[in-house]
Design a binder for this molecule. Structure first.
Ligand SMILES: Cc1ncc(C[n+]2csc(CCOP(=O)(O)OP(=O)(O)O)c2C)c(N)n1
Ligand SMILES: CC(=O)[C@@H](O)[C@H](O)COP(=O)(O)O
Ligand SMILES: [Mg+2]
Length: 633
């Protein structure tokens, strides 16, 4: 076994190309075995084994800087840089991060999790290098999916302009998470299917050979035609060449010899270089090769059968959203679903099958998706922008400038709101309450359970006065009864789910259940805690807030979102703006920290968002309670 002797990149340098090939197979077996227990981004990593070996074989990390776009395909890099022993902790609490992580290794020079940032980072590092008079290599590895992200094209444009010494390795496996989309994808496809080019080129040559030697101008024209057509055919990377890059490729990204050869050639070129490699997502594990969409990010599985060990239970909120949307779309053909490259994760695959042409995947283009939805609404359609909370951060200006300011009736279906678990700090959906609620015309709501999500879907579809957003978490529902008819909820109306006169918890989303559990704990201590389902962040239920203040109840606002600017801030602002000085409000949410990977349960424990924490928080707020003398409360 070669892998056991590889503890840092220099251990690769003595290996032969054949040994590198053997090592690649050992790494594949390692990944398949380890991730069967931990889950993770298996397919992307199986596709970059040879590439990552070639990088560490040829270059000198960390002096030479490797920047992995998104970073979900950095497991091989981690194996080669001294972290293979930690793979049993991958994406677990306080364990190995599933993305590049500077605190883990000096070889991790740039972190991500969100797509399409690698080329901008590469430009910055190259510029710093040049200004400091240093001479290290800067290499960005970007996938064909990430290349559809606007930032990547902005950076490509700038790098070509600056003619910086940057090497871009385009890992083209024809997949984003789902099959990739876009004109660029089709362009790459043309280059990829070079056998057609090859055939055309050969036919052209044979044709020209048959033409009897013709003198004069015609001969010259024919020659020029042949050369320009040949150039175009041969040099599929014409687009990148026009951007100022020297294009190499397409290269078989699993052929060590080809990879090393082309990367050595590229090493001798000054200015921007783009190496286009063709890989297979999921290479070496047949279930992943057969369905790399499913195996992009996978739960633990049985290696032999490829059977995924999914926990059973009530439907995920995403599934409830998807079913409700299809029910509503069957009745309203204005409804169009828009996703930035997440049709699977956002639950839109069945919708796309059932309503052909009404599910639009724009690629990794959250900003474009938002403004396109604004225009769809402007023209009388009912766009449903399905997006993860964390990825909607990319489109903040478009939400303000194009959608809310023009007061357009876009429905935001914000998934992964709150803690997301294993993806950790780059993916936590804990900022959208803060970055949406202050925008004029926005309506923002969150259900306490899956049945209320259905009601909110109907509420949103019936609402036509401007933008409206529903946020829901990356968890299973509570298993509550689902009312067959979706009944809309009056906009801005909260709900008291538990009566009480000792204090009140104002909770949102899954925190309502936590609040009820805390109230149950405190009941044993003679406290009657009221629980309010603050299902609208905007508008607030002003009547209920004034009533709570009039009753003089101590209030604890409980939210799985940032405390600064969140629901609690909204409540405090409400009272302050009305000069209500004699109110007691405390906020319990996510403090000013990043919450790293682990399970959602562990993340709540770390932050103090459990029922026990909430009970303790409330007791600390209340004057010592005298035991009731006459019987239970
Ligand atoms: C801004 C943003 N939007 C969406 C995602 C979700 N996402 C993660 S990886 C990925 C696809 C990346 O495709 P590609 O770059 O081709 O890499 P591959 O997995 O094919 O190796 C997407 C859409 C993200 N991480 N960041
Ligand atoms: C790397 C990336 O951003 C996506 O693969 C993300 O991990 C998907 O998240 P879900 O697993 O919540 O769909
Ligand atoms: Mg890809």
């Amino acid at each position: 076994m070669l892998l056991e002797h590889i503890n840092e990149p220099k251990d690769l340098k003595e290996l032969s190309v054949e040994q590198l090939g053997q090592l690649a197979e050992e790494i594949r077996e390692f990944l398949i075995e380890k991730l069967s227990a931990t889950g993770g981004h298996l397919a992307p990593n199986l596709g970059v084994v040879e590439l990552t070996l070639a990088l560490h074989y040829l270059y000198d990390s960390p002096k030479d800087k490797f920047i992995f776009d998104v970073g979900h395909q950095s497991y091989v890099h981690k194996i080669l840089t001294g972290r293979k022993e930690q793979f049993d902790t991958l994406r677990k609490y306080k364990g190995l991060c599933g993305f590049v992580k500077r605190s883990e290794s000096a070889h991790d020079v740039w972190e991500a999790g969100h797509s399409s940032t690698s080329l901008s980072a590469a430009m910055g590092m190259a510029l710093a290098r040049d200004l400091k008079g240093e001479n290290n290599k800067v290499v960005a590895v970007i996938g064909d999916g990430a290349l559809t992200g606007g930032m990547a094209l902005e950076a490509l444009n700038h790098i070509g302009h600056e003619k910086s010494n940057v090497t871009v390795i385009l890992n083209d496996n024809e997949m984003s998470i789902a099959p990739n989309v876009g004109a660029l994808h089709h362009y790459l496809g043309k280059i990829r299917t070079d056998r057609h080019y090859q055939k055309a080129k050969d036919e052209l040559q044979q044709l020209l050979n048959k033409v009897p030697a013709i003198g004069g101008k015609l001969a010259k024209t024919a020659e020029r035609l042949k050369d320009s057509v040949k150039y175009l055919l041969v040099n599929g990377g014409i687009l990148f060449e026009q951007f100022g890059f020297t294009y190499f490729g397409p290269v078989d990204g699993h052929d060590m010899n080809q990879l090393l050869d082309v990367m050595e050639q590229a090493n001798n070129v000054t200015g921007p270089v783009l190496i286009h490699i063709l890989t297979v997502k999921g290479k070496g594990y047949s279930p992943a090769e057969a369905d790399s969409h499913k195996w992009h990010g996978i739960s633990p599985y049985k290696i032999e059968s490829g059977q995924v060990l999914k926990a059973v239970g009530p439907p995920m909120y995403t599934e409830v959203f998807s079913d409700a949307l299809m029910e509503l779309a069957a009745e309203d053909n204005r409804i169009v679903a828009v996703t930035p490259a997440m049709p699977g994760g956002s639950g839109l695959l069945k919708f796309a099958e059932r309503f052909p042409g009404r599910m639009i995947d724009v690629g990794i283009a959250e900003q474009h998706a938002a403004t396109m939805c604004a225009a769809l609404a402007m023209e009388g359609m009912k766009p449903v922008y399905a997006v993860y909370s964390t990825f909607l951060q990319r489109a903040y200006d478009q939400v303000v400038h194009d959608i809310c300011r023009q007061n357009l009736n876009v429905v935001f279906a914000i998934d992964r709101a709150g803690f997301v678990g294993p993806d950790g700090e780059t993916h936590q959906g804990v900022y959208d309450i803060a970055y949406l609620r202050h925008i004029p015309n926005m309506v923002l709501m969150m259900p306490k359970d899956e049945n209320e999500l259905r009601q909110m879907m109907k509420t949103a579809m019936d609402y036509s006065d401007g933008p409206i957003a529903i946020r829901y978490p990356r968890i299973n529902g509570l298993g509550v009864a689902m009312e067959p008819v979706m009944t809309p909820i009056p906009i801005g109306q909260w709900e008291t789910v538990r009566e009480g006169d000792s204090a009140a918890i104002i909770a949102i989303g899954p925190m309502v259940q936590v609040a009820e559990e805390a109230a149950e704990l405190l009941k044993r201590e003679g406290l009657n805690i009221r629980v309010v389902n603050a299902r609208f962040v905007k508008p607030l239920d002003e009547e209920m807030l004034l009533q709570l203040a009039d009753e003089g109840l101590n209030m604890l606002v409980l939210e799985e979102g940032c405390e600064q600017g969140g629901l609690g801030s909204a409540v405090l602002e409400f009272y302050s703006l009305r000069n209500k000085r004699d109110v007691s409000v405390r906020i319990k949410g996510v403090p000013d920290v990043y919450v790293e990977h682990g399970s959602i349960k562990e993340q709540r424990q770390e932050i103090g968002l459990t029922a026990e924490d909430t009970a303790a928080e409330l007791k600390a707020m209340l004057p010592r309670v005298r035991k009731r003398v006459n019987g239970p409360a």
